[in-house]
Design a binder for this molecule. Sequence first.
Ligand SMILES: *Cc1c(COP(=O)(O)O)cnc(C)c1O
Length: 387
Amino acid sequence: MRSEFLPFSTPTLEDAEINEVVDSLRSGWITTGPKVKRFEDAFRAYVGAPYAVPLSSATAGLHLTLLALGIKEGDEIITTPMTFASTASIPVLCGAKPVLVDIEPGTLNIDAGKIRAKITPKTRAIIPVHFAGQSCDLDPIFALAREFGLTVIEDAAHAAGAEYKGKRIGSFDSISIFSFHPNKNLTTGEGGMVCTPDETLAEEVSLLKFHGMSREAWKRFAASGTPNCDIVLPGFKYNMMDIQAAIGIHQLPKLDRFIDRRTEIAAFYNQALADVAELALPACGPYQQRHAWHLYTPLVRVELLDIDRDGFMAELKKLNIGTGLHYKAVHHHAWYREHLPQPAGSLPNADYASDRILSLPLFPKMTDEDARDVVEAVKDVIVKFKK
Ligand SMILES: *Cc1c(COP(=O)(O)O)cnc(C)c1O
């Protein structure tokens, strides 16, 4: 058993990030300013999006996107139950009803073939989530959106650097929302980005992110600016700070290297756990893609074991292996059970995954030995609790 605890994720922060943050602190300009602009430009160029709006989080991006689209009371938004709660909670907070569509059993992405049946005259948007960093099969989703006049908002929180049929996530004719939370493939501490080719939407999100102010503070206070500003609509306080962007500026050039290392570790897990009947390993969609491997999420086939998933995670912890839970399905959470109950058995694949899924350690700084320790611990727990 390993002597040191291995967390399920930890960010790779090196001297470049640290020095850039210190530079911001010493400069006297720590909030939204030139570094946010640099990060925005670099990220937009990397994903290939015409417009990118930096924000304090992906959740803020979802909120402002729905407001900018005019989502309101009575609207319906189609999404997946296998996601972080904010994907469904933000529609609720805008007065809309999240309509959950079941996932595919292998990729755990929304099952595009099951969306049509859930479209009603009230449907306004579809929010597919690129689960674990694997692109959803976007073509059928875009086709449905065109047929019914719906907006596609890609929850790309896991998918910085992912590609679908040779194009980066963030570059499609839709709206893509990225997260830079410390567990994600690229971090700014906390942060998010809305990417889109829709200039009007980008401008609206941009206005809403900072008090509805017509010009940004750093331009007002710069030597060439004037302190005057105008509030053109009531807005929020969702701007990204230069201290955050300072980290992102140095994370972005490493993103491809991070993903390559994640891919190596995922390939090792796939090979080392292939013959373990008690695990259902993550599957890849049949289309051409680049998986960003944000998470490695096997399902523990608890029906073959004398332990449940939570117990399995506790056993791994005793062996100094950390795990994550991504995710308990949205409709299994207390608020959703009460306010958005789903007919029993209507989301069978999400129900199955929700009770069995766990995230094994996966981050770029992991060594091959760390990955071997994980496999050994997983196999030890399975031997101990085999029926
Ligand atoms: C992390 C995450 C979010 C929220 O991102 P924040 O930047 O923390 O607001 C939304 N959706 C998914 C799928 C996520 O994993």
